[in-house]
Design a protein around this ligand. Structure first.
Ligand SMILES: Nc1ncnc2c1ncn2[C@@H]1O[C@H](COP(=O)(O)OP(=O)(O)OP(=O)(O)O)[C@@H](O)[C@H]1O
Ligand code: NI
Length: 329
């Protein structure tokens, strides 16, 4: 549990994760391609939580899987994803990903926890094994450490002897979160960590994740749940049709002046506690994207300019985003 303080006089640390122009293409039968992620570029610092949001199918999980080398063989990768010591996750190779990176340097809370738990072993046995593998706890204290690991993710101690198929979705989620937190990895990827949990547990899980961030970890949290994102994120990245279309401080995103990109505005407006107005239309097929802005067919601001792809300037990718931010002038 060492928070990574910067020693006096040392140069500022490199970001915990630096993603540059990450693209993922799935090769399909007959020569077709699915452009699941295109040109994603962002940094994530130690002690920071970045929430990655966007509608189902926009490429969030594929992005996370690319970082961990967990994509199937028909996936082609481009770009770079650097850890703070310069290790490029995209070229690291399965051997070093498996032996030194997954679990130790990057913890993952997977989107389908039930599928990631070993079906023939109890939660206790899986958690204890991970404690033995990833922490220096002496053998005779493994039991205690295992129960503490479960407690951190609000997994009830009296359910530790259950097998994965005996768990509800919410309990499987908490077991997966407990496993991901064991190694105290400096970088955490959490893919929908609050799915299947009731409001109180959503808040408890979000708060536990926030505590790990405040302890110096970097967290990329993928979520549909904008309320959970607002609760713990420092910054928000909005994805649409495989591209990051907005990257903003959470306070300005959820407060004033609000999102700059019309899609991001639409996502917030669709919330029940806001105007509860869904964005008209459907996202495009990632195998058949238009040449220009993919959001244009659903956008009330679209005009001829939107027939060309808008450049992402580090904050937004829209030909019609406000040029000046009056609150910052
Ligand atoms: N192995 C694959 N082969 C072809 N296409 C794939 C493959 N895996 C994912 N895709 C496609 O990539 C796109 C992005 O999927 P992804 O799972 O990243 O979406 P997501 O944003 O995580 O959605 P959700 O919020 O529903 O989890 C989808 O269109 C999906 O069909
Ligand atoms: Ni997903």
């Amino acid at each position: 549990m060492t928070a990574r303080a910067i020693p006096d006089g040392a140069a500022p640390e490199a970001p915990a994760l630096s993603v540059r122009n990450l693209s993922v293409r799935f090769r399909m039968r007959g020569g077709a391609h699915v452009a699941a992620v295109t040109d994603a570029t962002f940094d994530l610092a130690a002690g920071e939580c970045l929430a990655l949001v966007g509608e189902s199918g926009c490429g969030k999980s594929v992005l996370a899987s690319a970082l961990l080398g967990l994509l199937p063989a028909n996936a082609g990768l481009d770009g770079a994803a650097l850890l703070d010591d310069g290790t490029d996750l995209l070229t690291a190779g399965e051997r070093s990903l498996a032996r030194t990176i997954r679990g130790r340097r990057i913890g993952l809370v997977p989107q389908s926890p039930a599928a990631h738990l070993t079906p023939v072993r109890t939660v206790h046995s899986q958690l204890a094994e991970t404690v033995r593998e990833l922490t220096p706890v002496p053998r005779k204290r493994t039991g205690l450490a295992t129960r503490a690991a479960a407690e951190r993710a609000a997994f009830p101690a009296d359910h530790l002897d259950r097998y994965p198929h005996e768990l509800s979705g919410g309990l499987a989620q908490r077991a997966a979160t407990a496993l991901a937190l064991v190694g105290d990895a400096p970088l955490l990827l959490a893919d929908e960590p609050t799915t299947g949990l009731d409001r109180a547990l959503v808040e408890r899980t979000a708060d536990e994740l926030r505590r790990t961030v405040d302890g110096g970890r970097a967290l990329l949290m993928i979520t549909h749940d904008l309320a959970a994102a607002a609760r713990i994120a420092d910054r928000v990245a909005v994805m649409y049709a495989g591209r990051i279309v907005e990257l903003a401080d959470a306070t300005r995103f959820f407060g004033e002046p609000g999102p700059r990109h019309p899609y991001a505005r639409g996502l917030l407006d669709a919330l029940p506690e806001r105007s509860f107005r869904p964005i008209p239309g459907m996202p495009p097929e990632l195998g058949d994207l238009p040449a220009g802005c993919a959001f244009a067919p659903r956008c009330e601001r679209a005009d001829a300019l939107c027939g060309t792809q808008p450049r992402f300037d580090g904050r937004t990718a829209c030909h019609h985003a406000p040029a000046e931010d009056p609150s910052r002038a």
